[in-house]
Design a protein around this ligand. Sequence first.
Ligand SMILES: [Zn+2]
Length: 78
Amino acid sequence: MFSIPKLLVLVALILVVLYGFRIAGSLNRRRQQREAAPDPTPEKKRERERLEAEDLVQCPKCGAYVSAGADHECRRQA
Ligand SMILES: [Zn+2]
């Protein structure tokens, strides 16, 4: 027969397992919601692509390729 302390430990373990399952379930649900989210609008997509890909231009003085909009200081004077 179970003694009272063993029974309490068993109940505690069951609660921990149930709580863990609930946390895992909510995390899983949140991830599925994120994956099921609608695609960004074409405008937002284009904007993100524009930010991810920057045009590089070759510096006429030192030949280094630098991003077009950025201020560039030549390290090596030609
Ligand atoms: Zn330069």
